[in-house]
Design a protein around this ligand. Sequence first.
Ligand code: NAD
Length: 436
Amino acid sequence: MTERTESRECTLPDMLMQTGTPSERNPFVSARKQLDEAAAIMQLDPATHELLRWPLRELHVTMPVKMDNGCTKIFHGFRVQYNDARGPNKGGIRFHPDETIDTVRALAAWMTWKTAVMDLPLGGGKGGVICDTKSMSNGELERLSRAYIRQVGRMLGLEKDVPAPDLYTTPQIMAWMADEYSFMQGNNEFGVITGKPLPLGGSAGRGDATARGGICCVREAAGVAGLDLSGQRAAIQGYGNVGSHAHKLAAELLGMRVVGVSDSKGGIYNPEGLDHAAVSAHKQATGSVTGFPGASAVSNEALLELDVAVLFPAALESVITGLNAENIKAKIVAELANGPTTPEADSILHGRGVMLIPDLLCNAGGVTVSYFEMVQNTYGYYWEETEVQRRLEKKMKTAFRNVIDTSRRYSVHNRLGAYIVGAGRVADAMKLRGWV
Ligand code: NAD
């Protein structure tokens, strides 16, 4: 199996492996390694395995955008539809200066396995635009968002592909995109995009859904590991939508003390605990958690290695690698970010008995409530927040149990367990449809 996989890796067309990053830091290489391992355990037939290693469709787009200074700037972006055997493609759009096609492919693959792990009737996709939102005005962001939808809109639709927010994209950006798509169609089609503001058909409970789902997994994991988390320490890398909600809910729902948090500018640490409302207000006022009074500075690298019970990576991919996995002290690593741990690090953490809750499960609360949003948009009838939370909790608990039971049955780590559940369900759907 390994030999066959390696020879395929070498024969990939150049245009499809263009990032040139070292293999451990190329998320698509990591995503394929994870799939290959699961495929070997499941003994997938070669055609099924090969089809799962590739996106079914992808579009590369170039967009001219009028900037505030009167110049026209050219932006590049992507939309990848990885696999829709189980239902319409679903996955966020991220705006990031370092976006690459391989990152978007990896994220689209992970969405495919994630929707299957959660047993949602959806496939997986992802979009990305190479841009630095921090240096753009609101007007420039709006024109870029609309330009992106004009380019990829023909691939989208409630039955085809439904995007959502991700890194550096917001409910306001989703609203502009839904509006542009509605103009292209000639009627309101708000269901084409999720993570919208409430007045445009957003779902109650979507804002904190990713963090809430992750916290629910941590509670279940602590139960399995026999840990009492109340009063225990936690650290969170990334303080955006997901990370800041995780801070609030870790304190509120688990009674944990969050001692370290960080964002792209750096981190802060206070062994007594950091107050969510105060840190959020500071970030709101200054644009960063750094410089928060009453806390010392900590680098993003050191934050991962703090002495805590639970570590929440909630920023970027490939931050826990073969180089630092030995130094992670957390007993539970809850992957709120997509792809924060490389396959090399997975083996090390597993060998050291760290309970890792893989992204396919841990951050699936977001796509689950996005799916609820699609359902509510289709029915034109909206649930109360408590109803959304009740349904989310039920879905998370069922998926958690399924992943843990599968990992135990095959004697593998939880990521492989999640792959066996997720990729296995996609493989079954492809077979039933007669694709393989
Ligand atoms: P966001 O844009 O709201 O926030 C991102 C945060 O990460 C910011 O605080 C930013 O400063 C920080 N950051 C960026 N680069 C960093 C670095 N090098 N080191 C430390 N921090 C850094 O994004 P988000 O929606 O909170 O998404 C965070 C992660 O969660 C991403 O991996 C995303 O794919 C994943 N995710 C998000 C959702 C969702 O519902 N938003 C769902 C599933 C997964």
